[in-house]
Design a protein. Structure first.
Length: 321
């Protein structure tokens, strides 16, 4: 019987598959994640852990987890894990790609729509009993159809976002570190041209040294004054202080954010702005997607404990015979 640590309760019944054959310690609260101290306390004799993005899996923790065979991240991203340190110790790193692609793109486009048509402002306006009749310029927004969207990062989610934009008859341009991907209904441009031409800029890049603060003061200054910025990627891709300054000074028109630079903290000045739509990192939060993510995270663990490769591996280690 193996020992498995799960740092937060997961939706659905996937964890039951582990409990039938192994000793599973699940953090007690569904709304809280196991902290570093508790994880360090429990990791010593664990064979596997299922983690969240908020769990930092670093050299110090891995050194304590002498028996670890896999770190299975309940996420597509894995910037919370020192992958090189895991590989050095022959520890698999698993993640949950693919399943949340369309769900995240749906939400990215929902943010775009909400910003463009001032949906959140309108809802608040009605709830505050300010609606006393129709008039021509009441809460005027801006059109989506026939406008230009610039997709930064044309991976699975970026392409799904572009597909939705095509459905709204938008002109799609994109920038990707891999260059021109030869996509239909989307034109490759360099980053500076994308910023200058886009009515909407949607971010879909991983957090790397090269993408941290990709959207900074200089990038924001290159954008249209009427432009709206959407981020469902990683918070640190945007310099939040620079974004606040740009929104306050009308350098750009608005923003829709699902992720934050110092998450879960949000820059306090963002909270006071009406031209920003804020969400609590829920782009992949549909019942179907979150339960399937749990299934994949669990399957990654089961396969490794059975001496196989994970269903979705980030790294490559030697499979024990």
């Amino acid at each position: 019987m193996k020992k498995i640590i799960v740092t937060c309760r997961l939706p659905g019944n996937a964890l039951d598959r582990l409990s039938k054959k192994h000793k599973v310690h699940i953090h007690a609260s569904r709304n809280e994640v196991m902290n570093d101290d508790e994880l360090m306390h429990r990791i010593g004799n664990a064979d596997a852990i299922i983690t969240l993005l908020s769990n930092k899996i670093d050299e110090r923790l891995l050194e304590a987890g002498k028996k670890l065979k896999i770190v299975s991240n309940y996420a597509v991203g894995y910037n919370n894990i020192d992958v090189n340190a895991c590989t050095k110790r022959n520890i698999w790193v698993g993640h949950t790609p693919g399943v949340l692609t369309d769900t995240t793109a749906d939400f990215g486009f929902a943010l775009l729509l909400a910003c463009a048509r001032r949906v959140v402002e309108a809802d608040r306006y009605v709830r505050e009993n300010k609606f006393d009749g129709w008039y021509p310029d009441l809460l005027m927004g801006t059109d989506i159809h026939s406008k230009t969207i610039g997709v930064v990062g044309m991976g699975r989610i970026g392409q799904a976002m572009a597909k939705r934009a095509n459905g709204f008859d938008m002109n799609v341009i994109y920038y990707d570190k891999e260059g021109d991907l030869g996509l239909q209904n989307a034109k490759y441009v360099d980053f500076e041209e994308l910023l200058a031409k886009s009515d909407y800029v949607s971010l879909h890049v991983p957090l790397l040294d090269s993408t941290k603060h990709l959207i900074n003061k200089e990038a924001l200054a290159r954008m249209k004054q009427s432009a709206i910025l959407i981020n469902t990627a990683r918070g640190e891709v945007i310099d939040e202080a620079a974004l606040v300054e740009a929104l306050n000074n009308e350098v750009i028109s608005g923003a829709g954010l699902d992720v934050y630079e110092a998450e879960p903290q949000v820059h306090p000045n963002l909270l006071a702005l009406n031209n920003v739509v804020l969400a609590p990192h829920i782009a992949s939060s549909s019942r179907e997607t979150r339960e399937e993510m749990a299934n994949i995270a669990v399957e990654n663990v089961i396969k490794v404990l059975n001496g196989e490769e994970p269903l979705h591996a980030v790294n490559k280690v030697k499979v024990e015979e």
